[in-house]
Design a protein around this ligand. Structure first.
Ligand SMILES: Nc1ncnc2c1ncn2[C@@H]1O[C@H](COP(=O)(O)OP(=O)(O)OP(=O)(O)O)[C@@H](O)[C@H]1O
Length: 613
């Protein structure tokens, strides 16, 4: 299903900065520049005075900054249109308020509890919302804001109702009166912002962050890689809410008084606006958004009659002129090297051939049910029977070519085998295990890798990040007990991607050409270390040289013991590469045999080649 790209997707894809970026940010790694900023801010507080208006403004920016970094996790990395960050902020503020005012807890106890409550709140909200599309998720999160506000008013025994809670001091209890240390708040907020920034960056470069981005950019491709889109949404929502609640807790300490007025739906919209304005999905863009949207109203305060108009117009202008926000997303570095060969980690020599003896023995020892058996599968779309009782099989070490006229059902076979569409009839057995009713992700986990007719790669992730995901999501217990990185490297090179060029590896794939994407996708499938590899028209759009390279690598991979099904229109390639050929017509198997018999088969000539010759 193509359909219109969603709002969040458009928001996230936006404009790609054409420049090549290797580092995570223009200022280098966050671990280097973040402590520097921390020090500079402390100097600024000292110069301005820790209780000054300037310090208060910086602290406001940092507190909102923590909340928007959190929101950037589901909204930027995950592409979810979340309007509920204000609710998490409120939950955190009231957790701190209630524990401080009613129970006299000090800040070092209340703030972790606030973050924890925020995580639970995010999980409770994210678990049902994660199943919904963009609009559903937006509405659920907005609903959460409204309900939270009502609950704050209703639970006045804990929250103080409309009157609110005060005084909220940083250090209370132990028989002491609430204490307001002039320096404690700035240091605590600034240190918290620093940690939040580093944590946010860690999420960005983790499997969680990259999986969320992959799902955002290409959900079907992500599923084929073994990523659970639902889990990604729930986890990112939960983490973001934890950040939001912690920020709300800090806000309570800064304001020393909280009431429902501070947490209306306007706050949630403001936080989302900060993320979008600064650059959703970028590492420090949301912080820039917080700076602008805190300072702008202050700068406009003198023009009371027009300030809202200017504020709104500025927002609209920026979003219209730069749909991806002020700061474009930045490719993140990957600590994951493609090895040139299993026994040569230095990466000098590439191994040309698999070890024939070991591989041949593995193939010989495969049991009678080894490989894939498809028995009488059918699948309809509306009134159209795309597959009608199709049976075929492929053994380890074998290349099966699936050919047939357009619309004969070749891709549907791959889609049904990989669980994208369930079969309506028949059985699919992989190495003696019935996989007919398994979900797509589970089938991937069993060692089934595929490519698509049009590569389903992730435009916002770098080449290296694609290969990172394929490796990290590799099924346990590799079938081919060898490191396949040398073949991955060869495939990349065939596609014109130099695996040893850091700039190339750091390039977002939204900037790559068709051939590069096709080889990258095949390389990812190989990095998955599959037992069954399904290639959907891999040679489409390739040159003769590229096709020959692809043919050689595919043969070698099969010789290692991988079972390969290749859907292909190039009959010359099919006759050279395949061990067996299955011809489909109108969803049925028309013919099956050796490639050298193909041209003599009368039925195939009539159906597939139009009876010529
Ligand atoms: N998701 C779908 N919804 C509706 N119809 C579908 C869907 N997927 C496939 N079909 C239909 O099923 C039939 C088989 O399609 P399929 O893509 O498997 O053919 P194919 O042999 O791979 O063709 P091509 O060589 O053009 O890729 C076609 O008529 C197609 O329109």
């Amino acid at each position: 299903m193509s359909g219109m790209p969603g709002l969040a997707q458009r928001m996230n894809r936006g404009l790609h900065d054409a420049s090549e970026r290797v580092a995570a940010t223009p200022f280098g790694r966050p671990v280097v520049h973040a402590p520097l900023v921390f020090g500079l801010l402390l100097v600024a507080y000292a110069v301005q005075g820790p209780g000054s208006f300037a310090t208060y403004t910086i602290l406001t920016i940092l507190i909102y900054g923590i909340a928007v970094l959190g929101l950037n996790i589901p909204a930027g990395f995950g592409g979810a249109l979340s309007l509920g960050q204000g609710a998490s902020f409120a939950v955190g503020a009231y957790t701190v308020g209630a524990l401080t005012v009613d129970n006299g807890w000090p800040f070092w106890a209340t703030l972790p509890v606030a973050a924890l409550v925020g995580l639970v709140f995010g999980l409770v909200l994210g678990a049902p919302a994660g199943r919904l599309g963009e609009i559903g998720l937006a509405l659920i999160s907005l609903g959460a804001v409204l309900i939270t506000l009502d609950l704050i008013v209703a639970l006045d025994g804990i929250t103080g109702g409309v009157t609110g809670l005060s005084p909220i001091g940083l250090i209370t209890g132990f028989g002491a009166e609430p204490t307001y240390s002039l320096w404690l708040l700035p240091v605590l907020v600034t240190a918290s912002a620093l940690v939040a920034y580093l944590l946010h960056y860690a999420v960005r470069v983790s499997l969680i962050g990259r999986s969320a981005m992959a799902t955002r950019d290409e959900p079907i491709g992500a599923t084929a890689l073994g990523i659970s889109g639902y889990r990604s949404k729930v986890v990112t929502f939960t983490l973001g809410s934890g950040f939001g609640a912690y920020a709300g807790g800090l806000f309570a300490y800064m304001a020393q008084y909280i009431s429902p007025d501070a947490f209306t739906a306007h706050l949630s919209i403001l936080l989302l606006a900060m993320v979008i304005l600064g650059g959703a999905g970028s590492i420090y863009g949301p912080l820039l958004g917080a700076v602008i949207l805190v300072l702008l109203p202050q700068a406009l305060a003198a023009y009371a009659h027009v300030n809202t108009i200017i504020y709104g117009a500025t927002l609209m202008a920026v979003v219209l002129l730069r749909p991806s926000g002020l700061i474009s997303r930045t490719a993140a570095p990957v600590r994951d090297r493609l090895r040139a060969s299993a026994d040569d980690p230095s990466g000098a020599e590439e191994r040309e051939k698999p070890e024939p003896a070991a591989a041949a023995e593995r193939i010989r020892n495969a049991g009678p049910d080894a490989g894939l058996q498809v028995r009488g599968i059918s699948r309809s779309f509306g009134g159209l029977k795309a597959l009608d009782s199709v049976s075929l099989g492929v053994r380890p070490g074998e290349v099966l070519a699936l050919i047939g006229p357009n619309g004969s059902g070749k891709t549907t076979v791959i889609n049904v085998v990989t669980g994208l569409y369930p079969a309506e009839e028949g059985r699919i057995v992989l190495d003696s295990e019935d996989i007919t009713r398994l979900k797509a992700r589970r089938i991937t986990e069993l060692g089934v890798a595929r490519t698509f007719q049009t590569p389903k790669t992730f435009p916002g992730l770098s080449v290296a990040e694609h290969l990172f995901l394929a490796k990290r999501l590799q099924p346990p217990g590799q079938v081919v007990g060898e490191d396949l990185d040398p073949w991955v490297r060869r495939l990349l090179k065939l596609g014109g991607i130099d695996p040893d060029d850091p700039r190339m590896m750091a390039r977002e794939t939204g900037q790559l050409g068709h051939g590069q994407l096709r080889f990258l996708e095949i390389a990812m499938a190989i990095r998955h270390s599959p037992r069954l590899l399904l290639l959907d028209e891999p040679a489409a759009g390739l040159s003769q040289i590229e096709m020959q390279g692809l043919e050689q690598v595919t043969r070698e991979l099969a010789d290692l013991g991988i079972a390969v099904i290749v859907v292909e229109h190039h009959l010359d390639l099919v006759t050279r590469l395949a061990d067996r050929v299955v011809v489909l017509e109108l969803g049925k198997v028309l013919w099956e045999g050796r490639p050298d018999e193909l041209m003599d088969a009368e039925a195939v000539r009539v159906a597939y080649l139009g009876g010529a010759g």
